[in-house]
Write a protein that binds this ligand. Structure first.
Ligand SMILES: Cc1cc2nc3c(=O)[nH]c(=O)nc-3n(C[C@H](O)[C@H](O)[C@H](O)COP(=O)(O)O)c2cc1C
Length: 174
């Protein structure tokens, strides 16, 4: 089996990270994997905001935990990098475009030995004034929809074991 398929098959989400920041070139490789995902009619609707600033991560963490209804917890599992994935709210498939980009990021991260995980509640985050302010801070002025986030860091306890796949995942009609 080729290496790409092997990596996709063995990728697992991580929720325990070392505090050490990832290297800039590792972050760039993950962003480029996201940038190179297919998009409907090649509209390239997604945008990525990679947050490594501790103050911004703290604010995002507090808001995410509030939205989840578990204030005081850390929905980002202590990861030192959080990539917020949004898509321009236009065309037919912004959520699909952004989801594919995020999937590419998770697979790329694993292939490089980085821990990663999709963290939700980004749609709600960017419906708040806080999210709109963050977009403005980054110079994005159009209408964007939050889709998800990809946390990144070096795994503290390695990668979890494979999860068995359900038996009726597919049918092949010949
Ligand atoms: C759409 C989506 C939303 C998710 N949201 C969260 C989340 O908010 N918090 C979290 O810890 N994990 C979240 N996850 C990670 C899943 O829990 C994880 O992918 C799942 O348990 C399967 O494990 P695996 O990724 O190792 O195969 C999310 C995954 C997806 C695809």
């Amino acid at each position: 089996m080729n290496q790409t398929v092997l990596d996709i098959k063995s990728r697992r989400s991580v929720k325990s990270f070392k505090p050490e920041q990832i290297k800039d070139e590792e972050l760039m490789a993950v962003l480029e994997a996201g940038m190179n995902a297919p998009s409907a009619r090649n509209r390239q609707t997604p945008i990525f905001i990679a947050v490594q600033n501790k103050e911004w991560i703290k604010k995002l963490r507090e808001i995410n935990a509030e939205i989840a209804g578990v204030p005081g917890t850390d929905p980002f599992h202590g990861a030192p990098t959080v990539i917020l994935v949004l898509a321009k709210n236009e065309g037919t498939c912004p959520v699909e475009d952004a989801s594919l980009a995020l999937g590419n990021m998770l697979n790329a991260a694993y292939s490089m030995g980085l821990g990663s995980r999709w963290i939700n509640r980004i749609k709600e985050t960017f419906e708040l004034d806080f999210g709109k302010q963050l977009l403005k801070e980054c110079g994005y002025e159009e209408d964007y929809i939050g889709v998800g986030s990809c946390i990144l860091g070096y795994p503290k306890d390695g990668f979890p074991n494979p999860i068995p796949r359900k038996a009726d995942f597919y049918k092949i009609l010949k």
